[in-house]
Write a protein that binds this ligand. Structure first.
Ligand code: GDP
Length: 526
């Protein structure tokens, strides 16, 4: 098959949701359709282990599974669908955000009882910054939930995005009768049951048939009124607007009952984009170019702490990956061997023979690869857009034994390179500051400092609540700002100056007083 065909049949996406909205359940059902049940099992196992304990040691034991289930691949209707897991719950971290830079679309799962929740909003912000197309699945219609019109309204208001309902629920909870398909003008009747194949739904086309009206009663009448309203008020589905991240197709269903799930797979195949061109500093790179290129978006430390081996997750941006080919790390000019590159097709990591744009490959290494690295067959390309996110939680780090400070620095540098944590050096004073977006990261870092680097470190809450990278068109103005705010300035791993604040108001005041300084929530990999 030609590379054009392989690109055209790839779909790479991630699920964004708030904990408990149904991401795990939906993932399992999606995989079930594609016959990848053994992976679905591991998705569940992983979740169970997470819930059983919040102990970092346990999470570390699960790392093997977590690597295996962090990228899942399935085939559906001739398409190869890559589903990237976005770590949530306790292990919410910058990785969660960065995964979103490696996908071409996102599926937003919303609990119909709760509407749009905080974590969904945070993740969506990242998608919006990149204009990632979003599909929406409103889950748990088999429960007493909120009014669907109300939910649609909330999505439009809080996410600033138009909606295009593809299906509409008829009833809810005990009276959930199914969904009306606005595209096909028919109703698919709901039947509870977790293990249904989902292919044998009863389909009704004659909704005005008195027998049908009698069967579903006022729920159908109500739904029909709402559908008329929706048809009048919402614009039609507009693929351009969807691809630009301005309009989201909406589906209703119940993941646990495997209802509405196939529509999601169909939408991924029919609506979601295949891999597109990606911007490198030097030029735009088309996916169907013959030469390979890829970008590292995640680094995961491996099972064996003694060896400090890591797996770099790279997204293929162009060309074909062939096992054994030599890949150049553009930043360092070094080559990496690819004879042991792995895929994530099953619970066992498998050696990968070939892969195409949109696919994710795992490259074992001992530190040759860093976040944001571009890999090519030799061309000097650097992909842009791998962001670092302003930390939301800060801790100070100190060591009891000053003789270990070299090891501490080494450990923190390496953990920083993996993206596990961000390390800031204050403008005044010597106490290093650690920043992360999820609280578990601090536990991970102290544990690994002790066990992998032999540095028992003490961390304590810092007084800061938020950080913004600062830049200015005028270097002297930036210098004046730094001097005037010396006690609130720190430098990150690449020495970029950062403004730290204890309250949101402090940031507002600084923004008000320093009009020629720009405050950034994201820093792109340089
Ligand atoms: P995650 O945290 O987003 O991965 O959510 P899970 O998939 O683990 O689901 C959270 C809870 O909601 C679990 O108890 C599921 O059984 C339940 N759940 C998921 N989908 C549905 C659904 O369609 N209906 C109902 N009633 N419960 C659901």
């Amino acid at each position: 098959m030609t590379i054009n065909n392989e690109v055209a049949r790839r779909r790479t996406f991630a699920i964004i949701s708030h904990p408990d909205a149904g991401k795990t359940t939906l993932t399992e059902k999606l995989l079930m359709y594609a016959g990848a049940i053994h992976i679905a099992g591991s998705v569940k196992a992983r979740k169970a282990s997470r819930h059983a304990t919040s102990d970092w040691m346990e999470i570390e034991k699960q790392r093997g599974i977590s690597v295996a289930s962090s990228v899942m691949q399935m085939e559906y209707r001739g398409c190869v669908i890559n589903l990237l897991d976005t770590p949530g719950h306790q292990d919410f971290s910058e990785d969660t955000y960065r995964v979103l830079t490696a996908v071409d679309a996102a599926l937003m799962v919303i609990d119909a009882a709760n509407g749009v929740e905080t974590q969904t909003l945070r993740l969506l912000e990242v998608c919006r910054a990149r204009n990632t197309p979003i599909l929406t699945f409103i889950n748990k219609m088999d429960r007493e939930v909120r009014d669907p019109l109300d939910l649609i309204d909330e999505i439009e208001r809080t996410l600033g995005m138009a909606t295009a309902p593809f299906t509409w629920p008829v009833g809810m909870g005990r009276h959930f009768h199914g969904v009306y398909d606005l595209q096909q003008a028919c109703m698919r009747v709901f039947q509870p049951g977790a293990d249904r194949a989902g292919t044998d739904d009863e389909v009704i086309t004659q909704l005005d048939d008195p027998a049908i009206q009698a069967r579903f009663g006022e729920n159908l009448a109500y739904a029909q009124q709402e559908i008329d309203l929706i048809k009048g008020a919402s614009p039609e589905f507009d693929r351009e607007a969807f691809l630009a991240g301005q309009q989201t197709p909406v589906f209703f269903g119940s993941a646990i009952n495997n209802f509405g799930v196939r529509e999601i797979l169909d939408a991924l195949v029919d609506l979601a984009p295949s891999p597109d061109s990606r911007q490198a500093m030097q030029r735009e790179v088309r996916p169907n170019e013959t030469k390979f290129s890829g970008v590292v978006f995640k680094i995961q430390a491996n099972m064996n702490p003694a060896h400090r081996d890591r797996i770099a997750f790279a997204r293929i941006c162009s060309g074909q990956f062939k096992r054994g080919m030599s890949l150049r790390v553009v930043r360092s000019g070094k080559d990496v061997r690819t004879s042991t590159v792995v895929s994530f097709l099953s619970q066992r990591r498998e050696i990968l023979e070939t892969a195409y744009p949109g696919d994710i490959i795992g490259i074992p290494n001992h530190g040759t690869l860093q976040l944001g690295d571009t890999l090519t067959e030799g061309e000097a390309l650097q992909f842009t857009g791998l962001p670092f996110f302003a930390p939301e939680i800060f801790q100070t780090v100190e060591i009891a034994d000053p003789l270990r400070s070299k090891q501490l620095k080494l450990g923190l540098t390496q953990l920083g390179e993996e993206g596990a944590i961000q390390v800031f050096r204050p403008h005044i004073g010597n106490t290093l500051l650690l920043g992360a977006v999820g609280a578990l990261q601090f536990e991970v870092v102290t544990h690994r400092l002790k066990h992998e680097y032999g540095v028992p470190a003490r961390i304590a809450p810092a007084k800061y609540q938020l950080a913004r990278w600062v830049t200015s068109d005028d270097p002297r103005e930036l210098q004046r700002f730094i001097e005037a705010n010396a006690h609130r300035i720190a430098y990150d791993a690449v020495d970029a100056p950062t403004f730290l604040a204890s309250f949101g108001a402090e940031l507002s005041v600084a923004e008000e007083n320093w009009k020629r300084i720009q405050f950034h929530k994201l820093r792109e990999h340089a």
